[in-house]
Design a protein around this ligand. Structure first.
Ligand SMILES: [Zn+2]
Length: 211
């Protein structure tokens, strides 16, 4: 017990997915701080835009049999699991940790940038995270901001976020699959796969939209 100092503080709030998804428009730039050089996870996901199934984490993430994998194995090749990444950033404007979801190719590129900037990240740097282009030309880049250009708020945040970590639970929450019923509903509506499900309970989590 007792009060925790900066380096002991961890962020462990219940994540409301809607509030922590970082989505960017074309040519939008967001100022971010990377809390560490390993604040991302790789996970498997299923999607088929033609069947209105937007990227859905594989149930493998929660060690459960996956309806999407089941559809894939029974011949719906579009449901083949693919790798995606989720990155955690501390966003300056919203003053909280947010998660950016990336395709394998986008993620691989960002990981390379994170590794190239490892020293700056560990030292404490504010980056511009920039989205340019559209469609298949969409690109995301991390660009370090010069220390002399930092606002007082940014300088303060670099201090106050030192030692903060992103808990595994936050990533688990962000990469949590939809309910099995909702997965089956998507598969039935998209492919006519399985049987129509009468869903009970609360509204399911919204799918991760790709743009
Ligand atoms: Zn799966």
């Amino acid at each position: 017990m007792g009060l925790k100092r900066g380096n002991e503080v961890s962020i462990k709030e219940k994540v409301n997915i809607k509030d922590v998804r970082l989505r960017m428009k074309e040519n939008e730039t967001v100022d971010v701080i990377l809390l560490g050089i390993n604040d991302y996870v790789q996970y498997e996901s299923h999607s088929s835009f033609n069947h209105q199934i937007y990227p859905q984490p594989c149930f493998d993430v929660i060690d459960k049999p996956c309806p999407f994998c089941e559809a894939y194995k029974s011949g719906h090749v579009e449901m083949k699991p693919v790798q995606r990444f989720s990155f955690a950033f501390y966003c300056v404007d919203s003053d909280k940790v947010m998660f950016w979801d990336a395709t394998y190719t986008q993620g691989k590129k960002l990981i390379k940038q994170i590794r190239d900037f490892a020293e700056d990240i560990e030292y404490g740097t504010v980056f511009k995270f920039e989205r340019t282009g559209k469609g298949t030309d969409t690109a995301y880049n991390l660009i370090p901001k010069a220390e002399r250009k930092l606002s007082p708020k940014e300088k303060g945040l670099l201090e106050s976020t030192k030692g903060m970590t992103v808990e595994d639970e936050m990533f688990e929450e962000v990469c949590r699959p939809v309910t099995e019923d909702y997965a089956r509903e998507l598969l039935f509506n998209g492919f006519g796969f399985g049987e129509k499900v009468e869903r009970e309970g609360t509204k399911p989590k919204k799918a991760v939209l790709p743009f």
